[in-house]
Design a protein around this ligand. Structure first.
Ligand SMILES: Cc1ncc(COP(=O)(O)O)c(C=O)c1O
Length: 220
């Protein structure tokens, strides 16, 4: 089941990339295994999907011990006291959104002797309940992140407001503009319902959960 859904998603990614005149190989598919069992995550890896994303720090820690061969992404809101579960386990943290978190990530990474790759999450529609920095905070945050030697800032991420895919387009476009303005190459945007639009607007990473794994099974 996962293998068939994965093949269908890959086909849609290829179609969207070709329509935008882009090489599908430049788009990384992250399967969001949040609240899916370790067995389901392992099945995705076995079906050829090594990049897996998790939203909860302890769930990442636990699944990373059980599922071999995955490249982990952390895509959920991150509290400073949970950074220890994520640094060095996730090859990319998508949800950095303030300087105190950046400093804690860099501190933990330095202790491990590694450089932690990160994306800054932008609250593109300025929704009060959502994580992510405000767009006007971005220049200062980028500058401060770039001053931390154990943190490598490689791009931006967003979760646009719930709407149809076309409703997300202006937010994806705005994020792409911000990334260009700051010379940041990676753009993590697009989920099950809107990844084709995100690819048209320049996504280099799409984060897809339910279209690959079906409904989430574990109760949070
Ligand atoms: C940050 C983030 N990205 C991507 C996804 C995947 O969403 P979907 O299941 O709609 O593909 C989720 C799911 O909760 C998420 O929290």
């Amino acid at each position: 089941m996962i293998a068939e859904r994965l093949a269908a998603v890959r086909q849609e990614i290829a179609t969207a990339a070709q329509a935008a005149g882009r090489d599908p190989a430049t788009i990384t598919l992250v399967g969001v295994s949040k609240l899916q069992t370790a067995t389901a995550a392992a099945a995705a890896v076995a079906a050829g999907l090594p990049d897996l994303g998790e939203n909860y720090a302890q769930e990442l820690r636990d699944k990373a011990r059980l599922v071999m061969g995955a490249r982990w992404h952390f895509v959920g809101p991150l509290q400073r006291n949970k950074v220890k579960y994520v640094v060095g386990v996730a090859q990319l943290v998508h949800s950095l959104d303030c300087i105190s978190l950046a400093e804690e990530i860099a501190r933990r990474a330095a202790t491990q002797g590694i450089v932690q790759r990160c994306l800054l999450q932008v609250n593109v529609a300025a929704e009060p309940q959502k994580s992510g920095c405000w767009a006007n905070e971005l220049p200062a945050l980028v500058e401060r992140c770039r001053a931390l030697p154990a943190l490598e800032l490689v791009g931006l991420m967003c979760i646009p407001p719930a709407s149809d895919a076309e409703g997300a387009r202006p937010h994806f476009r705005a994020l792409a503009e911000l990334a260009r303005a700051h010379a940041l190459p990676e753009l993590s945007m697009g989920m099950s319902g809107d990844f084709a639009v995100a690819i048209a607007e320049g996504a280099t990473i799409v984060r897809i959960g339910t279209a690959i794994f079906g409904e989430r099974r574990i109760k949070p």
